[in-house]
Design a protein around this ligand. Structure first.
Ligand SMILES: Cc1ncc(C[n+]2csc(CCOP(=O)(O)OP(=O)(O)O)c2C)c(N)n1
Length: 333
């Protein structure tokens, strides 16, 4: 187990703050979805917070993250403010994608959040492409793909990982193996459930970690990011984790997994286990946790209020961002 003493108290508080921001934002988004404030689907990240947090802790604004339909946590960990995530989910013009993307299309290039997507798989290729440009530009920037177990039997996984491997690209592939693709158990979809072991096929390092242990994810990501920045190529990290809410808000959550299984994973909650460990080892005291809790409560309440009060995009701008300038000019010529 990675020692807590490897990090300072402010570093631990920062990781804890990020995880709790994701959790509290997601709980509010789930409520907002039930109240009809969020048009379209809403896939929450509850239970998987340690993964985005542990990986993004090593990234700079000029590193690029590409993610999936379950991407709120990645956006928040990469630095998109909760109010911009909330407003985007509400379809408001103040959202990070100006209300044009919604829950599954979160973009904020200024902080390196290069986009989430509802299509399973392509984020792997986009992160490979980012790694390729960063290498061509002679920088030490890295590209990161977050994806689920449902993506690893998609051709994009083979193509992206293989290309990053042969060209030593600075790309980190982070598989969040939460055991199900919607309602399909991973065991049903593959004869080899050891995702990390697949790295051997491509001749790159593969690391499997407990995705509910923030320190394990943090350590694996640190090594992978350092290796990529040194120009030594990609790493595949498999984080074994679990989503404790339904696949998407409002969907049934029965018939494909048992209540006992969900309860067992809830007992391994990444935030609560981290909090308990920090308390037990005397790294952080209860008063500090309470302060973070009320700070984030206020932050998230403000975010929801901001989203509610913000206007929808002007219908007259519906065609904005559809065509590039040159094409628009050509059309009107
Ligand atoms: C190419 C493609 N195929 C199928 C779907 C339908 N689909 C939406 S979510 C999902 C499951 C994804 O599971 P996983 O990648 O493990 O991510 P998780 O939902 O567990 O986070 C599927 C198959 C899709 N969006 N894109």
């Amino acid at each position: 187990m990675t020692e807590l003493s490897q990090l300072t108290q402010p570093q631990h508080l920062s990781l804890y703050r990020t995880m709790l921001t994701i959790r509290r934002t997601e709980e509010q988004m789930a409520r907002a979805h039930a109240m009809g404030l969020i048009p379209g689907p809403c896939h929450t990240y509850v239970g998987q917070e340690a993964v985005a947090t542990g990986v993004c802790a090593h990234l700079r604004d000029d590193d690029a993250v590409f993610s999936t339909h379950r991407g709120h946590g990645h956006a928040l960990a990469k630095g998109v403010p909760p109010r911009e995530v909330a407003a985007e989910l509400f379809g408001k013009v103040t959202g990070c994608s100006q209300g044009r993307g919604g829950s599954m299309h979160l973009f904020k290039p200024e902080v390196g959040m290069m986009g989430t997507s509802g299509i399973v798989g392509p984020c792997i290729l986009q992160a490979t492409g980012a790694g390729y440009s960063f290498k061509l530009q002679n920088t030490d920037r890295v590209g990161v793909a977050f994806f689920g177990d449902g993506a690893v039997n998609n051709g994009a996984f083979h193509e992206g990982v293989n290309m990053a491997a042969i060209w030593d690209l600075p790309t980190i592939f982070v598989c969040e193996n939460n055991m199900y693709a919607t309602e399909v158990p991973f065991a049903y979809a593959t004869r080899n459930q050891d995702v990390a072991a697949r790295a051997r096929t491509y001749g790159i390092p593969g690391v499997g970690v407990d995705g509910n242990d923030i320190m394990a994810v943090y350590e694996a990501a640190r090594e992978a990011v350092e290796r990529a920045r040194r120009g030594e190529g990609p790493t595949l990290i498999e984080c074994k984790t679990y989503r404790t809410r339904a696949h998407a808000e409002g969907m049934r959550d029965a018939g494909y997994r048992t209540v006992e299984e969900v309860d067992a994973w809830k007992k391994r909650d990444p935030i609560e286990t981290y909090r308990q460990r920090l308390l037990d080892e005397g790294m952080i005291d209860a008063a500090d946790f309470e302060a973070v809790e009320s700070e984030i409560k206020a932050l998230v309440e403000e975010a929801v209020e901001f989203a509610k009060q913000s206007p929808y995009p002007d219908p007259a701008t519906v065609m904005n961002h559809i065509y590039g300038a040159a094409r628009e000019e050509a059309q009107h010529a």
